[in-house]
Design a protein around this ligand. Structure first.
Ligand code: DGY
Length: 430
């Protein structure tokens, strides 16, 4: 890549983060997502860390200012009013200060904090790490208490939004159990901002809203939701991300000399290493999300199916079959990693999580492949992500077929991943 283009994109990425900074937290995109989102914020911190370390830590600290007493960290914090997003705080009805949603999101924060701590090697941040560490522990504890109702160390999502991969077809069959008859009228805002062909359908939104109404009806009682929610799906993505995050949390516990916490985290890791096999679909040859209510595997190979390497899982036979899918995906699309198997009938190159490539997912997949020594594939994933951003700009996601940008533009986490993982500056430093 010509150096000029790389430094121009560096400049633009920093500009996007600064423009989306609302003072202590960053919105993913000012119009479409005007609040603080959980995993977006965590990734954004990696971007800030390349030019403003204090601001990077602050991003995570504000996220944890929304934490509930039981350890739960919400997927949205509504710091300020904004009519441009649905569903807003009154629909969630969580009655919290600050106002928050009632579901969580993939727990990438511990992995990001480890990266901030180790990459910077600056002991002056230790007091901030010491304050964050118990909050991270409490959140992971919450996951093991309220999102692992089957006790296997796999994360059971209670809402498609919780997975962060909102309209993946993995949720289609489990979502049939959601009663949408009482949802009533509501006004979506997303399709006013963006091309509706890039967004979830009306039926999917009815289901999203019905689940919010269910949670609100039971007073966001996490124990009841864990036992009674009409949608309970063991998600490959969150399971792999939590397993990885636990390994990173363990490293932090060891760095802080927190023996009791380290022992607890080791227990969570062992549980997940033993339990994750429940998600392996031998017929398909991939990790596939699984409906806890019916016991059925989705049978879908998605970008999340490639996160086993990131989670630190190494199993010769499973790795070989996963890599066979990777090779097939690589032949079927120009740019890795499509969010859905490109040979699936429902593959749609521009519709949100049914085809488009997401830079943050590629970052996790690419990191895992590199750590597993699969450098050819790691480089392919990284180079493809770089080319997508060079071609289209800092979009929310990208068509794996044409490189067209999809969803919102000037997207914070795409800018952050550029700065942390893709720019020439990050390549030379890392
Ligand atoms: C949305 O509103 O599209 C978000 O993904 C929910 O978190």
């Amino acid at each position: 890549m010509p150096g000029d283009l790389s430094s121009e994109l560096d400049r633009r990425a920093r500009e996007i983060l600064s423009a989306n900074d609302r003072g202590g937290y960053t919105v993913p995109n000012g119009r479409v997502y005007p609040f603080q989102w959980n995993w977006d914020s965590a990734f954004v911190a990696l971007g800030f860390a390349t030019f403003d370390k204090d601001r990077a830590w602050r991003e995570i600290e504000t996220l944890f200012e929304g934490q509930w007493e039981d350890g739960f960290v919400p997927h949205i914090i509504f710091w300020k009013d904004d009519p441009g997003y649905f569903p807003g705080p009154s629909v969630w009805g969580t009655q919290r200060t600050p106002r928050t949603s009632g579901i969580t999101q993939p727990p990438v924060a511990a992995s990001v904090v480890r990266s901030l701590w180790e990459d910077e090697g600056d002991p002056s941040f230790r007091p901030r790490l010491e304050l964050l560490f118990p909050k991270l522990m409490a959140w992971h504890h919450w996951f093991h208490t309220f999102r692992d109702p089957i006790g296997k160390g796999v994360v059971v999502a209670m809402h498609p939004w919780e997975t962060g991969r909102d309209n993946s077809p993995e949720w289609d069959a489990p979502a049939l159990a959601i009663d949408t008859s009482q949802v009533g009228h509501y006004q979506r805002q997303d399709t006013g901002h963006l091309d509706p062909s890039m967004r979830p359908t009306k039926l999917e939104y009815d289901r999203y809203v019905a689940l919010v109404q269910f949670g609100s009806r039971v007073g966001w009682d996490h124990a009841r939701i864990s036992a009674e929610n009409p949608f309970r799906v063991a998600d490959v993505g969150m399971t792999m991300i939590l397993l990885r995050a636990n390994r990173d949390l363990l490293a932090l516990a060891e760095a802080l000399g927190s023996q009791a916490e380290a022992a607890e985290v080791r227990g969570w890791i062992a549980l997940a290493e033993a339990g994750v096999g429940w998600l392996w679909n031998e017929e398909v040859g991939a990790y596939c999300s699984r409906d806890v209510i019916t016991g059925r595997s989705s049978g879908y190979v998605t970008s999340a199916s490639f996160l086993g390497f990131y989670a630190g899982l190494r199993t010769e036979a499973r790795d070989a079959r996963t890599l066979a899918h990777l090779e097939r995906f690589g032949r079927s699309t120009r740019y890795l990693m499509p969010s859905l198997d490109p040979d699936e009938g429902g593959f749609d190159a521009i519709r949100y999580w049914r085809g488009p490539v997401w830079a943050v997912v590629n970052y996790m997949i690419g990191t895992g492949l590199a750590e597993a020594g699969l450098t050819v594939w790691a480089d392919r994933v990284r180079d493809d992500t770089r080319r997508l951003i060079e071609t289209a700009g800092f979009y929310e996601a990208f068509s794996p077929v044409t490189a067209q940008g999809t969803g919102g533009g000037d997207f914070s986490w795409t800018a952050a991943i550029w700065l942390h993982w893709l720019s020439e500056r990050s390549a030379s430093s890392g």
